[in-house]
Design a binder for this molecule. Sequence first.
Ligand code: OGA
Ligand code: NI
Length: 345
Amino acid sequence: MVESGNHDSMNKQVQEIAADCHQLPQRFIHKEDKEYNAGASSPAEIPVIDVSLLTSSPLELHKLKSAVTTWGCFQAINHGIESSFLEKVREIGKLFFQLPAEEKKKYLREEDDVEGYGNDMVLSDDQVLDWTDRLYLTVLPKDQRKIQFWPQKPTNFREVLDEYISNIELIYEVVLKALARSLNLEEDCFLNQFGTTATKSARFNYYPPCPWPEKVLGVKPHADSSAITVLLQDKEVEGLQLLKDDQWVGVPIVPDALTINVGDQIEIVSNGIFKSPVHRVLVNSKKDRMTLAVFCPVLSDQVIGPVDSLITDETPRLYKNVTYSLDFFFKIYQQGGRPIDACKI
Ligand code: OGA
Ligand code: NI
């Protein structure tokens, strides 16, 4: 059963559509004939990396390099954030999405901006919508926070998110230094390109249950634009898949781990050694799912490019020097393309 009009799906949040969903609005249906949840894939063996060992153990550094060159992704454990605090972070997100629609709409994003609460940003008439509502906030640098979009309910939301981001900032530095060292580069080499004070944003992703999980996607296939993305997964419900050797494989939940993937910007500065993985999100017919992604990108006007010493006769330069802004990224992404392809030589 498919409804032909699409006004509802443009104006309502996915959570509202899901709560009263007798018909699946056309705008969410992907045109491919494959059914997404058919034949669930076996979970992938995504490498588990002990972040606390990255500065002292050559073996762990080697494991990191291998994980990021083959998967573009790893499960970070011993990252310094207590399990009970991760639970608090999940809870502020869940409580926010459980608030009445009227309360959440105080934080509604503007039509042509990503910041705030809302559904998929519509950039073209034929765009298929993602089955997700989001709360997207600039978190660093602090003076760029648009505090009017930071929920006041639950009352500890701002404080908990602020503390979480301070922790992520530390993990970001450790990981970027380790990635550089794993290629025998000077440890600040990537950090200097991205800048320790670069913008970071947090995106709470809420995926309501969907009675037609085989017809929609929580997030359509994409790679992240950032240097790295730190994802706090739902504690119980899986959904994230990576494209590996042309097969979709599920990313399992590892208790208390943060799932870290590199984005297009690390692929560019590493001259293609590190791969920004294409990934997508499936939805669940019975259970809702909430995740929190923290994107750590370069400043939007800063030029990045492959590190000089990674360009050799055997490994020629693969990417131009570019500014990798969100505007540039979204325009190509929403048309279904890969923005990084436009940066190739
Ligand atoms: C993203 C993303 C994955 C997830 O927000 O870019 O890929 O499981 N999220 O929510
Ligand atoms: Ni992503």
